[in-house]
Write a protein that binds this ligand. Sequence first.
Ligand code: NAD
Length: 420
Amino acid sequence: MSEPAGRAPMSGKAIAQNQFERAADLVGMEEYMRRILRTPFREVTVEVPVRMEDGRVEVFTGYRIQHNGARGPCKGGIRYHPEADHDEVLGLATIMTWKTALMDIPFGGAKGGVAVDPKGLSRLELERLTRRFTQRIAIVLGPYRDIPAPDVNTNAQVMAWLLDEYSNRHGYTPAVVTGKPIALGGSLGREEATGRGVMYVMQEYARDFGIPLKDGRVAIQGFGNVGAHLARLLVTEAGARVVAVTDVTGGVANEQGLDVPGLLRHAAERRPLAEWPGGRTITNDELWTVPCEWLVPAALGGVITKERNARTVDCRVVVEAANEPTTPTADLILAERGIAVLPDFLANAGGVTVSYFEWSQNLQQHRWTHERVNTELKETITRAYREVRDLAKEKDAAFRTAAYAIAIQRVAEAERLRGN
Ligand code: NAD
């Protein structure tokens, strides 16, 4: 597969399918099973009319795509983004199926999105949009059917409105959504869980492959939920040096290591990262040239490409904290250059893993301590990491291919046992 210069980057759906086919070849999967796993179980596209503050009605388009539910209820976030479309949502739903299977938690995969720029909405408009979207997709949701969570530009408050709207019809149902506020049955540790899981995977890889993490250099694109928690945890718990960070406006670099707690306070005041005085200003393009051991895309998909940076990134490991940050061609180039890639559905699975803990706490009506959440997260993601590492070694394959092979075989087994 090539990405000729000048062509649009591959869609999320195309990336996910390309990677799936490579792994299906590796495990010799039958064609009928490939067709089941390639295609989504159910897709819902809805119109979302919203009465705006000035009295106009704006009509947005929303999606909920359930890729596979053979191993349990479908699970996946909802994003609000102007570029959210069918193919992106389908690609992300597909990755959720592999992610839950790889973690061996009893869920399938789904994703949702509304094509909207939430920054242009008032709080009331955002609430109306969320309630209307929930009304339109509620028929396919439920604690044993499909359980949404936050994703890009949605948060615990948005999940609280979703919970309220669903519960108005069905009775109090906290287990219909995860990533909720703690006061409504959210789990301790959920907010930092994705970043924490990324750190656990990096610690394991560092130990196995002798790449320094303590005092090692880390460059991170994205300083939102995932990137900011990861930066904090890497510095405070892993002793790493975060040498560069960017967000959508650009960022800062400092070879000695950035003062991450100070940077977090700066960002909390909604000030641009590039104005932080403790480092030199860099653009998002310059981030890819910063010398480091660990390069962590933690913002958007499709950022490491053949044309942009795959031949020039100066790191030993790419850690995919974002979903689908590396195109398949870039993946091959990184492999040729001896740069390892820790794939998204292993590295960033901490969020859905703690979502599973949240769901099970809701069903049991019982609250875990933060310590228990972290301990069980570490156990779950470390076990998955070791399975991937061992299969990669046995088959002399990349981590991504090994992770896919494990995940798609688990889903295929469930499909067969259920009669397909
Ligand atoms: P977020 O909205 O909290 O943060 C996104 C960050 O990316 C922000 O700092 C933003 O400024 C930055 N960004 C946006 N556009 C950019 C651009 N063009 N260049 C550089 N930086 C840019 O989102 P998040 O929850 O941190 O999610 C980040 C990624 O991680 C997404 O790919 C998401 O799908 C993935 N992910 C998130 C979770 C989770 O639990 N939040 C779990 C798994 C995967």
